[in-house]
Design a binder for this molecule. Structure first.
Ligand SMILES: [Fe+2]
Length: 287
């Protein structure tokens, strides 16, 4: 085995993975070492900076628990989550675009019936959310699973505020009807800061970045025989649409949230008239 040197460091370390049985693992580790060594050489990392990086990653792990995923946040603010998502879901323009999962899908959404109210804390501006799930030829997908979650009016998800928000607040697991349609009662999503009281927040502050995400509602939609999509719908007049802290915005996912004045429709939906509506149709590709 060749001895370690500054010039040949990447080759020497990569060679140590030569016997890796899994070819994909070998490819990933070899490339990781090449890029990591190139990075260290590029910035000529000091020992103090290296120690600070180790400490940062240690604290990122220590900050994480069942309800707080600091490593996903780190991946998000570095744009890596978005890049992985984008590479793995090149849609070809015929399906709903994907975006980041985010760190708050850490609990299962409660199963709910179409039309249900998912607001358990009595806050926010009531909004009827609806849409249709279809396949690539426009065929309606009955019994598709629509998993939704969003932050409350104060900008927090239920898992961030145990004892303050009821568990399952602003979450729901729905199944589409025979025409592929879904609808439920919620509130107009609101912009919020990602949790910035940990190492990732310190990173944002040190680099002059704000922690905010534009207002959005999360979706995971699945149907047998089709590729599932993990995405958001963004509110058109929200601040931070052009500076999302996690780079999740795609133009095709932005929707207006118009006020509707229709007493009959309001009564049918179980809402006071007038009311806000958010319509988000979702197209899936065949798997
Ligand atoms: Fe979110």
């Amino acid at each position: 085995m060749e001895l370690f040197s500054e010039e040949r460091s990447a080759e020497v370390v990569a060679e140590s993975f030569a016997a890796t049985a899994d070819p994909r693992l070998r490819q990933v580790m070899t490339s990781l070492v090449e890029h990591l060594h190139a990075f260290v050489k590029d910035v000529e990392l000091t020992e103090a900076e290296w120690a600070a990086a180790v400490d940062f990653l240690t604290r990122t792990g220590q900050k994480s628990d069942a309800a707080r995923q600091e490593f996903i946040l780190l991946s998000d603010v570095l744009g890596v989550s978005m890049l992985v998502e984008t590479i793995n879901h090149r849609s070809g323009g015929t399906s709903t675009e994907s975006t980041v999962l985010g760190p708050f899908h850490v609990v299962e959404s409660p199963p709910r019936s179409l039309g249900d109210l998912i607001v358990l804390d009595d806050k926010g501006t009531p909004c009827l959310v609806s849409g249709q799930v279809t396949g690539p030829s426009g065929e309606p997908l009955a019994d598709a699973v629509v998993d939704v979650w969003q932050a409350n009016e104060d900008g927090f998800y239920d898992v961030q505020q145990p004892g303050i928000q009821p568990p399952g607040n602003l979450r729901g697991l729905f199944r589409t009807d025979l025409e592929g349609r879904f609808w439920f009662r919620s509130v107009v999503p609101r912009f919020y800061p990602i949790p910035d009281d940990g190492p990732v927040g310190q990173l944002l502050a040190a680099t002059g970045r704000h922690p905010y995400r534009p207002a959005h509602l999360h979706f995971i939609v699945t149907a047998p025989g089709y590729r599932s999509v993990t995405t958001h719908v963004f509110v058109a007049d929200s601040p931070y649409l052009d500076s999302d802290a996690v780079f999740g915005v795609k133009e095709s996912l932005v929707r207006e949230v118009p006020l509707v004045d229709d007493p009959a429709r309001a009564e049918a939906a179980g809402l006071d008239n007038p009311f806000r509506t958010l319509t988000f149709d979702i197209g899936l590709l065949r798997s």
